[in-house]
Ligand binder design. Sequence first.
Ligand code: PEP
Ligand code: MG
Length: 896
Amino acid sequence: MTKWVYGFGGGSADGDASMKNLLGGKGANLAEMSSLGLPVPPGFTITTEVCTWYYANGETYPADLETQVQAALAQVEGVVGKTFGDAANPLLVSVRSGARASMPGMMDTVLNLGLNDQTVEGLAALSGDRRFAFDSYRRFITMYSNVVLGIGHDQFEEILDDHKDRLGVVIDTDLTAENWEKVVADYKALVEQELGKPFPQDPKDQLWGAVGAVFESWMNDRAKFYRRMHDIPESWGTAVNVQSMVFGNMGETSATGVAFTRNPSTGENKLYGEFLINAQGEDVVAGIRTPQSLTRAGREEMGETALSMEEAMPTVFSQFVDVTGRLEGHYRDMQDIEFTVEQGRLWMLQTRNGKRTAKSALKIAVDLAHEGVISHDEAVSRVEPAALDQLLHPTLDPNAARTVVAAGLPASPGAATGKVVFDADEAERLGQQGDAVILVREETSPEDIHGMHAARGIVTARGGMTSHAAVVARGMGRPCVSGAGEISINEKAGTFIARGRVFKAGEVITIDGGKGEVLDGAVAMIEPELTGDFQTLMAWADEVRRLKVRANAETPLDARTARGFGAEGIGLCRTEHMFFDDTRIAAVREMILADDEQGRRAALAKIAPFQKSDFVELFTIMSGLPVTVRLLDPPLHEFIPHSDADIDALAAGSGLDAEKLKRRARELHETNPMLGHRGCRLGVAYPEIYEMQVRAILEAALEVKAASGVAPIPEIMHPLVALGLEMKYLRDLTDRTAEAVFGEAGDRVEYLVGTMVELPRAALRAADLAEHAEFFSFGTNDLTQTTFGISRDDSGRFLQAYLDKGIFENDPFVRLDQNGVGDLIRIAEERGRTVKPGMKMGICGEHGGDPSSIAFCEEVGLDYVSCSPYRVPIARLAAAQAALSARSGVEREKDR
Ligand code: PEP
Ligand code: MG
């Protein structure tokens, strides 16, 4: 019989922290905390396998699930001494999702389940607090209706607001028991009106309704979006945790809160968090009331007046501090903890490794290593490479003038400038157009996640440091200011007012997420300084890394940036970018218009000095590091305008013959330019172009060698080669030209001749190419295009449908298709090195900066990856992690 249900609580558990795949993160950690003897309200976990079963079997449950749930429920009843559905002594439960990887706020939760018209009276009698009982009941009706019955939250809010207006009450806690009873009556009437039947009163029906809703929420849009963003496979499924309720809303000695054992924004080693007295968990996360600091130091730092938990509840607080220390020690990482205090008694509801900003991740990893808790290698594997992106981008110039229009909480660091947008859909729309936008909202909810992703930064008028906006923004690496109470938003008018000034949608503001400030207009930014923890961790990464990391760069600025980020050479210099420069494009066009070879040579002679000086600069910056220069790749028609009007304008401005231009444009027109006259096919048809380029490269190398004494290492790369004889022709051309240059100069430099592998045939016949090439560089942009037969320029139009339907898990132009394209790379590596053992190989397609693709490169045994300059640190870290997991794979094999 399959065990579908795992119990926990009362000092023991069926599962433990190692069972995350089966129990989900929350379930596994609740089990672990129970076994550690921490105060955990008893409950049980319905496994992720049930979710998988549910979707594989037409949304039904395994036959024996109900019996197992009943048994687990009976056990919980035994531990707490209450009975589910009992009118006098009711057990109430929470029903929560819990996937393997945490997906905060993406799936559904129901609290206070088990309440109905009878049990609410039992709860009132038991607690001696009728107000509390009806407050809990109205919360339950709202949540259950929203999550299970599909009735909008706002309809309940409206009813509540009407009651409050009528009573002249501002905050919820001022409503009395009688007030809440009336609210409950109106809520039930609303449900009946919407549904045509009454709110479900049978606790068993309620339970199965909630369990089903949690499983269903695995497939809701926001969960899907989140999974795609964080690479969480759909097949994992979620678990469901059913846990006996403890109440933070049982008066002034009760509270609920969230804590991090270290600061999730900065990484500072100080307990950090927020709590609310007389409240339930969702009040903290939803940002409905602004919570108070946990510690006195935190309160003082934030300038709050309301007492911290340390001051308001000193005894429970010190017990809590004890528990947080134990948890961090046990898990050897910063913990994100949820807890409730019920009438002076502490209960732990959740612990997990806390989400953190890149800055904080770095500091925590480096600190834990220095504290001796983890090794350097573990520290390296703790930081998500992609998260480094946050650190590599500019921050506000401290010397720039700044006009603060509102202050709020520093919820997620970094700076961003953009146009004000009030709506998530609008943010997405403008973001897709390439506009920089700042999403400004009263508060955010999981429905806004696509807009938050599209925005450069987020501002909320309400909510604390652990509000939805804050947590999600930190996870996404978006700067965020939360709880900027000075901002008053009028969504209908499309404006917000702050400090007396009106801002319209579309106006530009800047936010400083590190300080918690909203600023008027655009503010100057400065480049980041990559020192301290960043440098330390990168040094540890470099110690274990095998793959070299190079950059794709052609401008001096890119080359300098790349070196600053630690690039060990240039893996791809696309020479055509140099042709587009204003000073050269005229000569390039002249070459294209030339009637014969002589005319082309004359035009090329004008381009040659420019090319040479570009290479001199590049070789000088890269002093002694390898530089792979790729010869001209795009079809020639890319250099001349296409429409008659544009050609006329060009002719008028340049003195070129318009008719001749038009004729040449027609001649060069191709139905399928990506498969047309491009790449080395240009070099074969017009060898004088490649001769000019080879000459410029080698003359530049000689010049730099003479001037600096350091000989550059040029690697001359031919694009889009498919045939052995093509490669032989290009190799001969290159060597012949080189010998001519060296003869004229009376000096030599070493150089390599190689090819890109961008075509399936090149990969399959790699042995033929290797006869004449000294290196391969996998051009996986074109190789993906040609393997799939999907145009890299047009895939955007239909790829989404494939992603939505799960046919593609990822965009293959972003993440290497390790099966198909990967097979071709494996074949090319093997066949190439059979002819030339140890042949140098790298990757220079966009995939060279993608961590999972880098892991693949490590596995295949490439020598280097090359990526855009800003991704170099990401690649260094990813390469180190790939080396570590390859090594641990070897060790595991040895163990067996
Ligand atoms: C490639 O095809 O992967 C490549 C790097 O070349 P380009 O992107 O310039 O076509
Ligand atoms: Mg290419």
